[in-house]
Each structure stands twice: as C-alpha cells, then as structure tokens.
Design a protein around this ligand. Sequence first.
Ligand code: KG4
Ligand code: ZN
Length: 334
Amino acid sequence: MDNYILAIESSCDDTSASIIRNGKIVNNIVASQDVHKIYGGVVPELASRAHQSNIVPVVELAISDAKIDKSMLSSIAFTKGPGLLGSLLVGVSFAKGMAMALDIPLISVNHMQAHILAHFINDPKPSFPFLCLTVSGGHTQIVRVDDYLKMEIIGETLDDAVGEAFDKAAKLLGLPYPGGPLIDQYAQEGDPNRFEFPDTSVPGFNYSFSGIKTAILYFLREEKSKNKNFIEENLHDICASIQKKLIDMLLQKLKKAAKKTGISQIAIAGGVSANSELRRRLTHDAKQHHWTTYIPEFQYCTDNAGMIAMAAHFKFLARDFEDLSVTPEPRMKF
Ligand code: KG4
Ligand code: ZN
C-alpha cells in the first residue's frame, strides 16, 4: 500500500503544503505573502493572519493535485520551529486538528534540519558525512550531517543572519522586502570590486554580519552627502560589491571547516542558497578543493513544505511521532 504524508510549513511568511508518496515528493504548493513588501520586512501579526486565510486552500490543493483523498494519508507533518510563534501556531494547530480528525500520527519537523534534508528530494544525493552551509533570513550555520536525523552545528552567526544582511542592505538602498533576490539581480551587471567593505573577524567557524550592515549604512550616508543621486547612479556596482563581500565571508569559513574536518562533500541550503554568486563561487571553489557539491533546486531553497515532507519521511521510517499536546518552539534547536 502506498504511504502518503501531508506536510505543512508555516514558520515565517510562506504558507506551504506538500504530499510525499513513498519518499518521493508529489507536489510542493507555496502561497507567498506579498503583504509584507511595503513594510520592508515580515510583520508577524500580518503573517499569522495570512497563514489563517491561506492554509485551507493550500492544503486542499496539495491533496487534490496528488489525486488522493485525505482518508489515504498515513500521517500529518508540520514545522515545529524555529520561526515566528504566531505563524507556527497556525500550522501546528491545523496539523493537530487534522491528525485528530483522521486518527493518524503527527510528525514534528525542525525547519533548519528540513532545509538540509531538501538535498534528498532529487538526485544526486549527498552521502554521509557532509557539511551543509545553511543560509536563510534567520540563520547562518555550518552543519556537520552524519545521518538523516543526526546533525551538529559546528559554526553559526553570533548576530545577524546573512539573509538578514542582504535584506537590510537592500532596505538601505531603498529596495523592497525581501531584498536579497534584488541585490542578486542588480549585481549581475555590476563591478564587484568597485567598493570595499570591512571584514568582521570572529573565532572558529562562526560568523558576524552586524558589522557589515553598519559599514554599509555609514558608507551610503557619506557618499549621499557628496552626491544625492549616489545610489541611483551606482546601484549595480554597490549591489555587486555588497554581494561579493557577503559571499566571501560565507565561503571563507566554509573552506576552513572543510579543511579542519576533512569532509569534501559540501552542500548549501536555505533561502540564500538561491543566490547566483554563491552558487557560482561554490562550483568554482569545488574544482580547486576537490569537493563534491550539492546545490538545491530553486523551489527547495526558500521556505517550502517539500523539504518538511522529506524530513517527515525519514521520521516516519524511524517511527518518530509527536504527541497531540505538542506546542510550537520558536527558538527550536537541533
Ligand atoms: O529560507 P528562507 O526562505 O526563509 C527563512 O527561513 O528565513 O530565506 C529567506 C532569505 C531572505 O533573507 C531572502 O532575501 C534570501 O533568503 N534570499 C536571497 C536570494 N533569494 C532569497 N538572498 C540573496 N540572493 C538570493 N537570490
Ligand atoms: Zn527557511
């Protein structure tokens, strides 16, 4: 008999549902929330309200698109954390209600682990152990992955996440939220060596991105005092230079971690892994360092329920089910 799991992702500002059949993703439905664009960042209360309106149609679409009836589901998976409490609550409560009504088990998934397990959706798949640079709007981590559900963070940001640095830099440039993809886009035609930004040095495999954000703020303030059209006239070069600096910082620690651990299977995951410069530079460095690299398909980089479904499949095989009294964990660790 086929095994179908419904997975729900609602940790931030994307409402998503996915059906996985016997470990293979059938679909990955994502409803993004445009409402945050004008505010320059995710507004938590608006995000939870939008999840409330989107969750039923998104789940219904995932089920009908898979050409199944909900009675055929063997379990319901959801993101338990990390994420915004109000957003997580919508997914957790919906999943609980549905699991209770259908009398099937509930599977809780860690959002950051799921970003990494997205690598098992398509071929080629990494083998263990591998290192994963997980880069999103809320996290920047270097993770040593020893098995599907056995992972250890060996380095992480001590302050801002790299996606946050991209978004905050974009905001200073007057670009709408989320600015990361726009910086990527404008950088395509810019000179990455035109402007220099300082490095913040932190020990080990850890990162710090708050310094560069402040440096960009002062740099722009200074240049605008000399030429009020500085941003408009130099947007491509500014974006390319900021992007280069952020990617340099990411790769420097990743190389250090690969060298120290002796692991040459290297993956990237999370929203910022959609960045074209990161993908290009990783492929370039891989040749030099004899790494085998794993870069996710775009739809599985940013938040999506496909990755939650993939993680749920491994938890289902391990019979790792959750109690109906479960509550969200906004600061969930591995
Ligand atoms: O994983 P994700 O969708 O949500 C979180 O869990 O945070 O990541 C969102 C982050 C945002 O900061 C967004 O600006 C960034 O990923 N992002 C990018 C690109 N696409 C998404 N940053 C740089 N270049 C991109 N192409
Ligand atoms: Zn994410």
